[in-house]
Design a protein around this ligand. Structure first.
Ligand code: FBP
Length: 283
């Protein structure tokens, strides 16, 4: 009972009023410092934490190293910490991505995390390992009253195999012909990833944008009752380009966003944060 209550309380922290506006900052691991070159200040957690706090984000995603080194600053900021439990660097160019677990749910609790996150590359040769690991994390986190967010990113060689027997892939290829979406952004593939998140038991799934509110609605329906947040991707040329995506996914039933570069790579991250907040929370 205590755990159930804690789980609900923590969910409310990262989703006040049922909405989420999460700042992702694990790109230094996933992409490397190249993401910080244009705005070198973005390499510093102090800078990012200030955006998270003054931008009124409902969570900040970090790996354990930064979470440990800035433990007191993170606590003082009152921005809920979401500890990313796995990760992989882009230096490994294997066609079959794998992102093994690096930290535990227990580590997350010790660091004062409000939630944990984990990336699953369904479609990869290693999907079994990641799906199994994610399932175990979900069960353990829920027993300890911690909500779980799944970065559901179908990826791997199979997604490019035109001779594949996968019916979903055939549908995705048809969708791709009608749009200019990458294969891992097609509604069928994104919806499948989101659905796996629901089936495994995630509280929130973080998925790529599918190009329109109509197609994103199918993603939200496929994941329901698991909540859906949109992932950001590379910075769009204009603020408006990104903000219209945020509006689209909310129209489609998503509860918000979990993004990084589209905020902290901008010249004025607080200005765009304010606009995002306005769209998600109406204030
Ligand atoms: P962005 O908003 O910057 O795209 O971040 C979202 C995110 O999921 C990060 O949490 C993660 O580091 C990154 O995208 C992974 O991106 P990729 O698609 O290159 O694996």
């Amino acid at each position: 009972m205590k755990q159930e209550q804690e789980l609900e309380e923590r969910k409310t922290k990262i989703m006040p009023g049922g909405r989420a506006m999460i700042l992702a900052y694990d790109q230094g691991f996933e992409h490397g410092p190249r993401d910080f070159v244009e705005h070198p200040e973005s390499a510093k957690l102090e800078y990012i934490l200030d955006i998270a706090k003054r931008g009124r984000f409902t969570g900040i995603v970090l790996h354990a190293g930064l979470a440990e080194k800035y433990e007191s600053e993170i606590r003082d900021s009152k921005v809920p910490l979401i500890l990313k439990l796995n990760g992989t660097s882009e230096l490994c160019t294997e066609e079959e991505p794998h992102s093994p677990q690096l930290y535990s749910v227990e580590d997350a609790l010790e660091l004062g995390a409000t939630a944990v996150g984990y990336t699953v590359y369904s479609g990869s040769k290693y999907e079994d390992e990641m799906q199994k690991e994610f399932s175990r994390i979900i069960r353990e986190a829920h027993r300890k009253g911690i909500p779980v967010i799944g970065w559901m990113y179908p990826r791997g060689k199979s997604l490019f195999d035109r001779r594949s027997a996968s019916k979903t892939l055939k549908i995705a290829l048809e969708e791709q012909e009608k749009t200019n979406l990458a294969i891992d952004e097609t509604p069928s593939i994104v919806a499948y990833g989101a659905r796996i998140g629901l089936e495994l038991g995630a509280d929130i799934v973080k998925v790529k944008y599918t190009g329109s509110p109509e197609s994103f609605r199918w993603v939200v329906q496929s994941a329901s009752p698991t909540k859906v947040v949109m992932s950001g991707g590379p910075m769009t040329n204009t603020d408006e380009g990104f903000l219209s995506r945020v509006k689209d996914v909310l129209t489609a039933g998503a509860i918000g966003i979990a993004v990084g570069r589209n905020v902290w790579q901008r010249k004025d991250p607080l200005a765009i944060s304010e606009k995002i907040h306005q769209i998600i929370f109406g204030s």
